[in-house]
Structures are given as structure tokens and as C-alpha cells.
Design a binder for this molecule. Structure first.
Ligand SMILES: [Zn+2]
Length: 137
């Protein structure tokens, strides 16, 4: 089940990688992956929309507007660079006293915390301590 999922995602990415930095409209990619998947596996690609949305949420595809996406390898690698490192996270948690800055609960209350970008990565927010805040999960 899991492998099937991955190869569907790979197929979507294959198309986007073929047309680097091109803005691709939803019907174009959906038609291609459905047909190609059928050709290669003999199976039906059930929900290509969900796959595209997932890849966009994961930061692999850039959403231009509703139903239009593109792939830009520079953007993807920049986003990966903007993850907080383990030591940055530790410093953010310490500064915020291991508590969520919104609700005040923290590890002492058995609540899981994580380091959040104040200015989101997709809007150019950097992996800097000043741009980090502790939130509950
Ligand atoms: Zn909270």
C-alpha cells in the first residue's frame, strides 16, 4: 500500500521535473499521470488531486494559485535549508521556558512542544532563533 502511494507521488514529480519551473495547470498534470499510471501499472490512479496537494504541503511543489503548481529545485533546497537545527530548537525552547507561547502549556504539563517559524518558510522566513517560537504540538 505504502509503495503504491510513493510511486504515484514519484510519477507526479516526474512530470513536474520534466517541465522545470513551468506553471502547470491541474487538468494537464492529472490527465497525464492517470494515463501514464494506467500504462505502466495497469491500475487506476485514484486520487491525483490529493497527491498534488500533499506534495505542495510538503514544500516540493509551489502553489501559484488555485489549480496551478510548479516545481523549482532552487526553492525546494532553500526551504530545506530553512529548517531549524537541533541546537537552534534547543535554544528556542530554553528561551521560551519549554512552554507554548500561545497557551502556556509545556513539557512540564506533559505537552509536546515544537519550534515554529514566526514568519513561515514559504514566505521567506529564515531559520534564525529570532524567527522561532515554541508552540504545543
Ligand atoms: Zn499551545
Amino acid at each position: 500500500m505504502k509503495n503504491k502511494e510513493i510511486s504515484q507521488m514519484d510519477l507526479i514529480m516526474e512530470y513536474f521535473k520534466k517541465y522545470l519551473k513551468k506553471e502547470i495547470h491541474h487538468p494537464e498534470i492529472v490527465d497525464w499521470v492517470v494515463e501514464e499510471y494506467k500504462k505502466r501499472t495497469g491500475k487506476v490512479f485514484r486520487d491525483p488531486d490529493r497527491g498534488i496537494r500533499k506534495l505542495s504541503q510538503d514544500g516540493l511543489l509551489i502553489k501559484i494559485k488555485k489549480g496551478v503548481y510548479k516545481y523549482d529545485p532552487d526553492f525546494v533546497s532553500n526551504r530545506q535549508l530553512e529548517e531549524f537545527t537541533a541546537s537552534q530548537k534547543a535554544e528556542i525552547f530554553k528561551r521560551d521556558d519549554y512552554r507554548c507561547v500561545v497557551c502556556g502549556r509545556g513539557t512540564g504539563d506533559g505537552v509536546e512542544i515544537h519550534a515554529d517559524h514566526i514568519k513561515p518558510k514559504e514566505f521567506g522566513g529564515k531559520a534564525e532563533i529570532e524567527n522561532g517560537q515554541t508552540l504545543c504540538a
